[in-house]
Design a protein around this ligand. Structure first.
Ligand code: UT7
Length: 325
């Protein structure tokens, strides 16, 4: 049966130049390098220059993805950008990137699902491709969380970093039963009753400020482990696959303990898990596409490898995507 599949054709990423080690926080708040590493796995993160906006980071990642895919921006039909830290309240950061890239047709829009944003964007891109509406889509996760951190709150400010990652998907026709490449299944979830576990204490309609991140870390941790396992199982089941088929897990990079505990419950060897949190911190919607692009640079994935991507963030919102590279 003829089937349209969304196939990855290129990826890219950008991390701001300024790399900040844990020792910098030791000078300003009551924390230690040892505490941060042992509780989170984070050793350093990148922070954007004051002159850089989220769209600047996204643009650099997008240009690298275009060059990797060997296509021009004018060939893109859509650009979907996941961010919780847009340049402006409106218009979308996606339209700014669309213009800067020289993408002169199609449409661009933002998606907001915080740390799960890239998974939500990828799922939407997949749906647009499968419905036949678009052929080539740029999916970006880009964040400058350093603009919404309370530098006096040691329980949150040490966790996050800035960056952007991009993945380009292309429609491919598959008329065999066995799908060799592309997105096989997606699973999206949210539950607004958990709003108070992880949120920003400001907003356009409430305080007319952008606010700062607040989190009940221990509670989010518990939800993260159970919900990431259940969404991963849902995606695999929907694709008639099991954990044994997984070549690589590319998880949201919030905390190395969440990543390893989740892998352990699923019976997946840590050698199959991509881990970038130590050098990037939690870059929210950008963490998975950055991890994809870094892995590609290191030639870690083979064509046809089964990748399981999963993420959770404020909302709570969580989800996963099973994709053959
Ligand atoms: O990306 C979106 C999803 N986000 C996440 O998945 C994050 C989930 N949560 C976590 O990763 C972890 O809960 C944290 C890393 C945020 C915190 O680790 P934890 O092991 O859950 O620590 P905790 O919040 O239970 O705090 C333990 C202790 C507390 O002190 P007391 O009350 O036991 O005296 C905190 O005040 O550690 C203290 N603490 C710190 N100590 C040194 C909290 N932050 C720090 C710090 N340095 N930076």
């Amino acid at each position: 049966m003829r089937k349209i599949v969304a196939v990855p054709i290129g990826c890219g990423h950008y991390l701001p130049k300024r790399q900040v080690n844990n020792s910098e926080f030791e000078r300003t708040i009551d924390t230690t390098n040892e505490w941060i590493i042992s509780r989170t796995g984070i050793e350093s993160r990148h922070f954007a220059d004051p002159s850089e906006n989220t769209s600047d980071l996204a643009l650099k990642a997008a240009r690298m993805a275009l060059s990797d895919a060997k296509i021009a921006a004018s060939e893109l039909d859509a650009l979907i950008l996941a961010t919780a830290t847009p340049d402006q309240t409106f218009p979308s950061t996606a339209t700014r990137v669309q213009h800067s890239l020289g993408m002169n047709k199609g449409f661009a829009f933002d998606i907001q699902a915080v740390c799960a944003g890239f998974i939500f964007a990828l799922s939407n891109a997949n749906a647009l491709i499968k419905s036949g509406q678009v052929k080539k889509v740029m999916v970006i996760g880009a964040e400058i969380f350093s603009r919404i951190l309370d530098w006096s709150d040691r329980s949150t400010c040490i966790l996050f970093g800035d960056g952007a990652g991009a993945l380009i998907l292309e429609a491919a026709e598959n008329n065999t039963k066995e799908i060799r490449r592309g997105i096989l299944s997606t699973d999206l979830n949210s539950d607004g009753k958990y709003n108070d576990l992880l949120f920003v204490n400001g907003g356009v309609a409430t305080t007319q400020t952008s606010g700062f991140v607040e989190m009940q870390g221990r509670e989010v941790f518990k939800h993260a482990v159970s919900k990431l396992v259940s969404t991963a199982e849902n995606s695999l089941k929907a694709a008639n696959l099991s954990t044994k088929d997984v070549n690589w897990v590319v998880p949201h990079q919030a905390n190395s303990r969440i990543i390893s505990r989740t892998a352990n419950i699923m019976g997946i060897d840590m050698n199959k898990v991509v881990m970038t949190v130590s050098n990037h911190g939690n870059t929210s919607a950008a963490s998975i596409p950055i991890a994809l692009s870094c892995s590609k640079q290191q030639n870690r994935f083979k064509s046809g490898d089964l990748l399981l991507m999963k993420a959770i963030g404020g909302g709570l919102a969580w989800g996963s995507v099973a994709m053959r590279w």
